[in-house]
Design a protein around this ligand. Structure first.
Ligand SMILES: [Zn+2]
Length: 220
């Protein structure tokens, strides 16, 4: 009974770790950097004073190093999204270690990533082990508007705004104009509702969540 009361109290008061009334959310952008979209996205985020997290692919960083530098210079968080964007679940340990090491080697100087988001969110025990050994936690998401499947920014925005709660991690992609437009519309809509946009690590800190290498996090 006492346990039930504690659970009910927790539900009615919200999650511990949040200051009352404050709402936080983390936007995450996969598949960049991009020579076409990153710069516009960064300018829009800066204008709105919103921080975000970019899960970058090694082969893209090699192609667009200046965009990776700009993401880092603007104070956003950078995480790994594999080197080749191949399915990590299907890779042997040796391939996984190479994917991670080759991507780490290309990151801007001073960048210390905390997260790996395997492409498609698909992972195996070997992925978990490889991440753990590289000091990386696995990052999933809790809100997925399937922005890659839509070309309509308003639809993507509506899908996020409809379901987002404080502590959510929103999955978006740095690879189409509709995603960029939607992301900035999401920031405007949720800021008006009192949300603050944080990097994933800052969101974890906000909730006193300790990030442990090899563990999966989907929301905070
Ligand atoms: Zn991806």
């Amino acid at each position: 009974m006492r346990k039930l009361i504690a659970v009910l109290l927790c539900l009615s008061l919200g999650c511990p770790g949040y200051a009352q009334g404050e709402k936080y959310v983390a936007l995450t952008f996969d598949d960049g950097p991009s020579g076409r979209f990153t710069q516009t996205l960064l300018a829009g985020l800066e204008e709105r004073q919103a921080q975000a997290t970019f899960l970058l692919c090694g082969y893209r960083i090699r192609e667009y190093p200046a965009q990776a530098e700009a993401i880092f210079a603007q104070g956003h968080e950078i995480g790994l999204h594999g080197y080749s964007h191949g399915c990590m679940k299907d890779m042997c340990r040796e391939e996984l270690d190479r994917e991670i090491a080759d991507t780490l080697a290309l990151l801007p100087e001073g960048c210390r990533p905390a997260f790996l988001r395997p492409p498609g969110g698909k992972y195996s025990q070997a992925v978990t082990e490889a991440a753990r050994q590289a000091g990386l936690a696995l990052l999933g998401w809790s809100v997925d508007p399937r922005d890659w499947a839509s070309h309509d920014a308003a639809t993507i925005r509506a899908a996020v705004v409809r379901q987002v709660k404080s502590g959510d991690v929103v999955l978006l992609h740095d690879m189409s104009w509709s995603s960029v437009e939607a992301a900035l519309m999401i920031v405007d809509a949720l800021k008006a509702q009192g949300f603050t946009f944080l990097t994933v690590s800052a969101l974890a800190q906000q909730t006193n969540t300790q990030i442990l290498p090899g563990r999966l996090y989907t929301r905070f």
